[in-house]
Write a protein that binds this ligand. Structure first.
Ligand SMILES: Nc1ncnc2c1ncn2[C@@H]1O[C@H](COP(=O)(O)OP(=O)(O)OP(=O)(O)O)[C@@H](O)[C@H]1O
Length: 561
């Protein structure tokens, strides 16, 4: 309910307007019928005056105009609420705890957000707001006007309501099961779709697309058959209501014919008012069922919104020290039961150029993620300058750190956005930096130049170009600590050497930590730290290690081969 309240608060003015208009229109709809009865009876007994007809005309005019005006807040809220729920999901991602983020699958999440936002809108807009402003007032006013004409009909009406509620609750049990199945199948279908789009080459080369398409087809069949079943049950509600109303209408005609107690106007008004009293109940019932089912989708969405946040992003102390000086003492970290970093100690001086080297899975990237405050360590101490990392406000830290990640150093956007995000930088300056990383030829040959879109994960660029573009970003960031996780692994040796020369020249006063498997690229670094099974097993300059450390020699020889 927390998020629903948040969105209600955000839209409070329009919600009030919408409710006010709804109650007014419900009154007018019933008042119109009541007045119509007077007009008909006036016609029948020839007492109808011009003023009566004019008033009825005016009532109709107000009713239709207000119904038209009602569309404005209705659409504003309907679309706004849905998109507000979607926005909540991006806000969540911006603050989510990194370990929670690692567990999320993109395809399933996208579907969960889609279903959840629609369900949130339905719960708030289609159910609660509709109930308060449409259904309850319409039912209330129509019962009042029916009661004014004939009290007994009101009791019959209530018996009908009871039958409807009992039937609804029986049918709901079946619907729950079907809805759960639809949600699971939709998330599964989207999971296959997204992984097919994202990993096209993997599936094409391993000829797995036929099997992926078959699995997607099965999920589709499940969704379609469950949705059809659900729709048939929904429609059954309307048929039951229509039959009930028909029985009541015939009953009134029979009662009027038998007793001769009712005027023609009263009979016409009663039939119209019963329609007014039952239609909202029919709608309410369908909405109530939908509301119960939407709550199932919304609950899944709320679970995602409720995932743990990284509170350190905002909380914590402002930095008053240079974060390029790092002291790690007896640090340990584990993923659930599995120890990844084991009693590690390391000091890095301000301005030092350090390389992390070691076999795959030895914990290098994990240590980097700890230094970035993404992973929270369970034991030991990490000091940046003279502050403990755990006590630092991370948003403050990110102003002083540049980080190029191993897997996706660029994002879906233009070359310019990938270089400077939203900063105002002249074109000459950007082209100058692209020259430094040997990318100027690329931009020169593109019709859109710096405004060229590079595609999702930079698919329009080669691996090495992506990495060079990401490295060029460093020129526009004023950081004290630069962390490069295999930032040049996809470049050829010559390009790597030239680009790294430029990068190191630019970073000469900054602390640089680089993870590298290609050992030649870090030959000029001040110190190389050797990792094995989450521990430091050696350190020194490239030359020292090459002559004294057998593990380094093995890594180097494997590299050269
Ligand atoms: N989210 C996770 N949950 C569980 N284990 C994980 C998770 N992320 C990484 N690991 C494990 O932690 C270990 C260390 O991973 P890390 O990425 O730090 O290695 P690395 O030395 O950087 O390797 P590489 O050189 O291949 O990138 C690996 O064995 C990996 O399987």
């Amino acid at each position: 309910m927390r998020y629903i309240k948040e969105i209600l608060k955000k839209n409070s003015i329009w919600v009030l307007v919408y409710i006010g208009l709804g109650i007014f229109n419900s009154f007018m709809a019933n008042y119109k019928v009541d007045y119509f009865q007077k007009v008909i009876d006036g016609l029948a007994d020839r007492t109808l005056a011009f003023a009566g007809v004019a008033t009825y005309g005016f009532i109709l005019l107000v009713n239709y105009c207000m119904n038209y005006l009602d569309n404005y807040p209705e659409k504003k809220l309907e679309h706004g609420i849905y998109l507000d729920f979607k926005l909540l999901s991006l806000r969540k991602i911006s603050t989510i705890d990194y370990t929670e983020y690692q567990k999320i699958g993109t395809g399933k999440l996208v579907q969960r957000i889609e279903n959840g936002s629609a369900a949130g809108r339905n719960v708030l807009f289609n159910f609660w707001l509709c109930l308060i402003r449409d259904l309850l007032p319409t039912i209330g006013f129509s019962i009042y006007f029916i009661w004014k004409i004939d009290e007994k009909v009101t009791y019959v009406l209530f018996v009908g309501y009871t039958i409807i509620f009992v039937t609804t609750n029986i049918l709901l049990k079946f619907l729950y099961k079907i809805k759960e199945k639809i949600l699971n199948s939709e998330e599964l279908l989207n999971h296959y779709l997204v992984r097919g789009y994202m990993e096209m080459l993997v599936f094409r080369m391993s000829k797995q697309f036929p099997s992926e398409i078959k699995k997607t087809c099965n999920a589709k069949e499940d969704i379609v058959s469950s949705k059809v079943k659900m729709n048939m049950i929904h429609e059954a509600f309307f048929t039951i209501f229509a039959l009930l109303v028909a029985v009541l209408d015939i009953g009134i005609l029979f009662y009027a014919w038998k007793t001769k107690n009712l005027t023609v106007g009263s009979v016409v008004a009663l039939i119209a008012l019963i329609e007014n009293a039952y239609t909202p109940i029919a709608i309410f019932n369908v909405l109530y069922v939908q509301y119960k089912l939407d709550k199932a989708s919304y609950k899944r969405f709320e679970e995602f919104l409720g995932l743990k946040d990284d509170v350190q992003l905002r909380n914590g102390n402002a930095i008053n020290t240079n974060v390029g000086k790092i002291a790690i003492r007896n640090l340990s970290f584990q993923y659930e039961e599995r120890k990844i970093i084991d009693g590690l100690s390391l000091s890095i001086q301000k301005g030092e150029k350090i390389a992390f080297v070691g076999e795959s899975g030895s914990g290098k990237s994990t240590l980097i993620r700890i230094l970035l405050g993404l992973l929270k360590y369970n034991q030991g101490e990490v000091r940046l300058g003279d502050m403990e990392l755990k006590e630092i406000c991370l948003n403050n830290l990110y102003d002083r750190v540049s980080y190029l990640s191993q897997d996706a150093p660029v994002f879906d956007g233009t070359i310019k956005e990938n270089l400077v995000f939203e900063k105002q930088v002249s074109e000459e300056q950007m082209l100058g930096v692209l020259r430094e990383v040997q990318l100027s030829h690329l931009v020169e040959n593109l019709a859109e130049g710096l405004n060229t879109e590079i595609g999702e994960k930079g698919t329009c660029l080669s691996g090495g170009e992506k990495q060079r573009l990401a490295l060029a970003r460093l020129w526009f960031e004023d950081s004290e600590l630069v962390i490069l996780d295999e930032a040049t692994s996809a470049m050829d040796n010559l390009t790597e050497e030239n680009v790294m020369k430029s990068v190191m020249q630019k970073m000469k006063n900054k602390t640089v930590i680089a993870i590298a498997h290609r050992l030649n690229s870090i030959a000029g670094f001040d110190r190389i730290i050797l990792f094995k099974e989450g521990r430091i097993v050696g350190q020194g300059t490239f030359e020292e290690l090459l002559h004294t450390d057998s593990y380094f020699m093995d890594l180097y020889n494997a590299n050269v081969k």
